[in-house]
Design a protein around this ligand. Structure first.
Ligand code: DC
Length: 220
């Protein structure tokens, strides 16, 4: 029987991590865990409760009332309500980047992520998977792409979904989030020493998946 390993994919906002992670998880029959969605749930719950994202104490006090459930079909429930699309709103993206700076928020979610990842056969994407959450992951990927490329991909995605979209605004929002995520004090986004960097700017989805699958095969 082949070994079921743990795979960490980190990288900046809108680098296509979740798309790749989902495809690789499907190929391998692994569980995919979208850790960004968990930070988004905390931000969304703060917004629902009219708590300012910058109010660390206010946000921290909410954690005890937060129950996040992630289903294999990609559905995300927050306290038994389907929040799969609500947590993708722009305001929630920025909120997630802000609340992810708080130590209690990170501890709360990292504990959950480690529990969910127990036993291997998992692929997690986020900002601190290879550096903090799964330091011993057998395969660590640091997925990057130029900011222009990331913004354009997100813009096209929005248009395809029939959402209003402004390329310039998207680029600004992504740049600001990256800046915040890379410069925060606790678990900032950075490449783990033993991570393999993949620049997807000039690669197709299929090429990226093939590259990751090749790296997996070397490790199982
Ligand atoms: O991956 P995403 O864009 O859905 O993540 C939203 C925000 O959550 C991101 O800007 C920073 C934070 N985040 C984090 O701090 N650590 C993670 N492992 C995942 C996301």
């Amino acid at each position: 029987m082949t070994k079921r390993i743990s795979i960490a994919i980190d990288g900046p906002a809108a680098a296509g991590k979740s798309t790749i992670a989902k495809m690789v998880a499907k190929n391998l029959n692994y569980t995919y865990i979208d850790t960004g969605a968990m930070y988004r749930c905390v931000a969304y719950y703060a917004w629902l409760n009219h708590i300012d994202f910058h109010d660390e104490q206010g946000v921290s006090a909410l954690l005890k009332d937060i129950d996040i459930q992630m289903f294999p079909d990609g559905t995300i429930q927050l306290n038994h309500e389907d929040v799969t699309s609500s947590i993708r709103e722009n305001e929630v993206s920025m909120g997630a980047s802000i609340v992810s700076q708080y130590e209690v928020v990170r501890t709360f979610l990292v504990d959950k992520q480690r529990q969910m990842a127990q036993g291997g056969g998992v692929i997690l994407d986020g900002r601190d998977i290879g550096t903090v959450v799964l330091k011993d992951a057998e395969l660590k990927i640091y997925q990057v792409a130029s900011i222009e490329c990331r913004a354009l991909r997100r813009h096209k995605e929005n248009l395809q979904r029939g959402l209003e979209s402004n390329l310039e605004d998207i680029q600004k929002e992504i740049a600001l989030r990256d800046e915040q995520d890379m410069n925060r004090l606790i678990s900032p986004l950075k490449k783990a020493d033993d991570a393999i960097e993949i620049d997807t700017s000039d690669m197709t989805l299929e090429e990226v998946v093939a590259k990751v699958m090749q790296l997996v095969e070397q490790r199982v």
